[in-house]
Design a protein around this ligand. Structure first.
Ligand code: NAD
Length: 483
């Protein structure tokens, strides 16, 4: 596979940016698989101008909601039609096992467009019960305008869809800015939008690194930034977007606790936590990343969990039987290795894994699924986001301190609770500061259910009707009925 991508600006495909070119790699081998243009300030300006002009172009502005819905549905159908090709590209560029790439990631992308296709005809205003005599007030929901959609490398095409589908449903125009590590599937998504008949300038694509993202966030012609990525960059974006008071949605990092109570079904908890912890090699913002197991069940749980981790098969995403693919880049491999080395030097014991994979896998960025014990709440590995297949197993003796321990982090994205007791489940679900809580289920997503973050995990929801709110403005209109 050797893909050469282009920029998409105002319906035109441009060969190279004023910023030059960059390469993208297969993380299973670190071979080059694509070359992409790096957009410079000139292309950022052109893309913003094209998106602004498309906003008021009657072809898009006056497109009926039903026609917009059909357009989104067509995009979904084309994603399905090109599903195998997209799955292969995503698996090669990101490293994901085939099932994850093809069925979760690409399949989820199509489902997002289909779900938001249905919303196009249901974006309603309301009337307000005024105290003013002979005056009527009603509301309209209008597009926010030009939306810069800046995405990370862990689920490249699906996270682009989380943003692009509701943005288009609400009548906005968009500039996609995929992560520099994994730009290929978003390039294909832009091609599909063209093939589906999206009018020129409504969907634009700029590839490149942080400088492209920064230029978009600073641009006065951009009305909204929707960003998924690290908390550190999210903080910069919140500050940089203040110039023209852009609307900002931030989906940031996490450090999800998973609580395994004394009465939990241990086999089910082991299976659910293996999935919740190691899915996509732990490169998931909502991954379960620090376990609190009742001390009476801790040995049984840790032993079974470590056995499950050891049984997982590392391999190239496209190879049959692969459970865990590589980490996305040598930098990510180094960062995960450093976290584990640091934990061990602080006294952690390794129950499973604990090193990068050797043999044939040594030329890729593979890290063994790792389980650590003998830890305490103050260790770095308990506090910071590792974003890899590394699970610290802690214990608890006093259920009353669980919520405080779970909440002792800057993040508030996801929490897992494993218990058969309704009171424990719902009490903890209310006490834990996380925007998404899963009871006896590993973290999953659905286009119909809201997704967001508390605390330093971000603000603004994606998915469900909440996404419609964040991609539209409310206009309040007053009418004198006695005029
Ligand atoms: P990152 O923050 O390094 O980069 C994300 C994107 O932002 C990339 O496209 C990058 O080029 C761009 N960027 C970098 N600096 C920028 C700046 N100053 N201004 C504008 N754009 C900039 O994140 P990553 O390493 O690609 O992704 C991993 C992170 O994403 C993890 O922290 C993970 O938890 C988070 N994440 C969160 C969610 C969620 O829904 N909350 C989902 C997936 C990933």
């Amino acid at each position: 596979m050797d893909i050469r991508t282009r920029l998409l600006i105002g319906g035109r495909w441009l060969e190279s940016g004023s910023g030059g070119e960059f390469k993208t790699y297969d993380p299973a081998t670190n071979e080059v698989i694509g070359v992409c243009p790096e957009a410079g300030q000139a292309e950022v300006d052109e893309a913003v101008a094209a998106a602004r002009s498309a906003l008021s172009d009657p072809e898009w502005r006056d497109m009926s909601p039903a026609a917009r819905g059909k357009l989104l549905w067509r995009i979904a159908d084309l994603i399905d039609k090109h599903g195998d090709e997209l799955g292969e590209i995503e698996s090669r560029d990101q490293g994901q096992p085939w099932f994850v790439a093809r069925h979760v990631n690409v399949g989820g992308t199509a489902e997002h467009f289909r779900y938001f296709a249905g919303w196009c005809t249901k974006i309603e205003g309301s009337t307000s019960p005024l105290s003013w005599p002979n005056v009527m007030n009603y509301t309209r929901r209008e597009p926010v305008g030009v939306c810069a959609l800046i995405t990370p490398w862990n689920f490249p095409i699906m996270i682009a869809a989380f943003k692009l589908a509701p943005a288009l449903a609400c009548g906005n125009t968009a500039i996609l800015k995929p992560a520099e590590q994994t730009p290929l599937s978003t390039y294909k998504l832009a091609e599909i939008c063209q093939e589906a008949g999206v009018p020129a300038g409504v969907v634009n694509l700029l590839t490149g690194g942080p400088e492209v993202g920064k230029a978009l966030v600073a641009h006065d012609g951009v009305d909204k930034v929707s960003f998924t990525g690290s908390t550190e960059v999210g903080r910069h974006i919140a500050a940089a977007a203040a110039g023209n008071l852009k609307r900002v949605t931030l989906e940031l990092g996490g450090k999800a606790p998973s609580i395994i109570a004394r009465d939990a079904n241990i086999d089910a908890a082991v299976a659910g936590n293996l999935q919740g912890a190691f899915f996509n090699s732990g490169q998931v913002c909502g991954a379960l990343t620090r376990f609190y197991v009742d001390e009476k069940r801790a040995d049984e749980f840790a032993e079974k969990f470590a056995a499950g981790a050891k049984a997982m098969r590392l391999g190239r995403g496209l190879d049959e039987g692969t459970d865990l693919g590589p980490l996305v880049s040598p930098e990510q491999l180094e960062s995960v290795s450093d976290y584990v080395r640091g934990a061990v030097s602080e006294g952690a014991q390794v129950l499973a894994g604990g090193d990068r994979a050797g043999g044939d896998l040594a030329r890729g960025n593979f890290y063994e699924p790792t389980v650590l014990t003998n830890l305490n709440d103050e260790m770095t590995i308990i506090k910071e986001e590792v974003f890899g297949p590394v699970i610290p197993v802690l214990t608890y003796s006093d259920p009353d301190e669980l919520a405080a321990r779970a909440n002792a982090t800057q993040y508030g994205l996801v929490a897992g609770i494993w218990t058969r007791d309704l009171v424990t489940a719902h009490t903890l679900a209310a006490q834990i500061q996380a925007a998404n809580v899963y009871i006896n289920h590993p973290p999953v997503l659905d286009p119909a259910a809201p997704w967001g973050g508390y605390k330093a995990s971000g603000y603004g929801q994606e998915m469900g009707r909440y996404a419609i709110d964040t991609y539209s403005e409310v206009k309040s209109i007053w009418v004198n009925l006695a005029a």
